[in-house]
Design a protein around this ligand. Structure first.
Ligand code: KG4
Ligand code: ZN
Length: 344
């Protein structure tokens, strides 16, 4: 196997859940990022793993072709292929892993296995040509909020993190999705709740917050109390949800954001770190984004929020992580396997 070119060109592949994505990064600068979303899951109210892996199989080659074409890169110029090893749905991960192995073998280039969570963190460092936005300084605190994870992490370097708090049950994204489902709003619920919350009254309904002393989170109690609340109100008025949907969305969103912010405030007080970042799908939430900026003002912090398009799953974040692994010459062999439960 050879490590070609003076230019370092990384092809990134992400297939951990229901988005098939490919991206190209040249010398740390993003050239393309193509994602095929899978609409097939919408009618089932959640991701159906078997359908997801089939859709990945259908999408992966056209998505990679398009990413290379848009980047103006020939496949023979690629220095290494970075792919999501896990965590995620095994069948979906296998499609990206097998494709990447084949691509690396055919082009005689190294493989870079990337942890999906690490990818979300690295999205903060993504830059296209001409981008001048600031990037976090190590060490910084990140709130990692996705459909499967809710963690407060001290990031000391690219591959050096310490988790100081995490959910003991549901993730924040799951809380959004489950509450949306209770209101019959479809999947994924987060973006819909976000949109409706903008025109709702966040103080219309009160939901209690969990009482956990350390930096850990819990969201399953909130989901259950939301379920019972809605069920009881619907008994009195069958149109309750339809008549109050914006206020319900605004109120549940505010509660989730307050829970997230309270622990962050505590983490910052405990560590004294003044650099705060957010990553993962839920960081697309407009209410959370403004709450973090306010928290920054309140506690005199530098706050870093990824570009909206890199908050949810994408291959650009996998490619940039791969680029930093490449710089360390931290390659993986053809015997590398997909890991559904890979930890940070
Ligand atoms: O990071 P991600 O794309 O996939 C995982 O790795 O899980 O996160 C998906 C999660 C879903 O739960 C989705 O509802 C949530 O992110 N999400 C949002 C928003 N956009 C996506 N939650 C709240 N507000 C949003 N705007
Ligand atoms: Zn993700």
């Amino acid at each position: 196997m050879t490590t070609k070119n003076k230019d370092i060109i990384i092809l990134g592949i992400e297939t951990s859940c229901d988005d098939t994505s490919a991206a190209v990064i040249k010398n740390g600068i993003l050239l393309s990022n193509i994602t095929a979303n899978q609409d097939v899951h919408k009618k089932y109210g959640g991701v159906v793993p078997e359908l997801a892996s089939r859709a990945h199989q259908a999408n992966i080659i056209p998505v990679v072709d398009l990413a290379l074409k848009e980047a103006g890169v020939n496949r023979t110029e690629v220095s290494a292929v970075a792919f999501t090893q896990g965590p995620g749905l095994l069948g979906s991960l296998l499609v990206g892993t097998s494709f990447s192995k084949g691509f690396a073998l055919a082009n005689d280039i190294p493989l870079l296995a990337v942890n999906h969570l690490q990818g979300h963190l690295s999205a903060l460092f993504l830059k296209q040509a001409g981008d001048t936005h600031a990037v976090p300084q190590f060490p910084f605190i990140t709130l990692l909020v996705s459909g499967g994870h809710t963690q407060i992490i001290i990031v000391r370097d690219f591959f050096e993190q310490e988790i100081i708090g995490e959910t003991i049950d549901d993730a924040a994204g799951e809380a959004f999705d489950k509450c949306a489902k209770i209101m019959g709003l479809g999947y994924p619920g987060g973006p819909v709740v976000d949109k409706k919350a903008k025109i709702g009254n966040a103080d219309a309904f009160k939901f209690s917050k969990p009482r956990i002393k350390n930096l850990d989170y819990s969201f399953s109690g909130l989901k259950t109390s939301f379920l019972y609340f809605v069920r009881d109100r619907v008994k009195e008025n069958p149109n309750f949800v339809a008549e109050n949907v914006n206020d319900l969305c605004a109120s549940i969103q505010k509660t989730i954001i307050d829970i997230l912010s309270d622990k962050l405030r505590l983490a910052i007080k405990q560590t004294g770190i003044k650099e705060l970042a957010v990553a993962g799908g839920v960081s697309a939430n407009s209410g959370l984004r403004s709450a973090l900026l306010s928290l920054g003002q309140e506690l005199d912090l530098q706050v870093y929020i990824p570009d909206f398009k890199y908050t949810t799953d994408n291959a650009a974040m996998i490619a940039i992580t791969g680029y930093h692994k490449y710089l360390k010459q931290d390659f993986d062999g053809q015997d590398v396997t997909a890991q559904a439960r890979l930890k940070m």
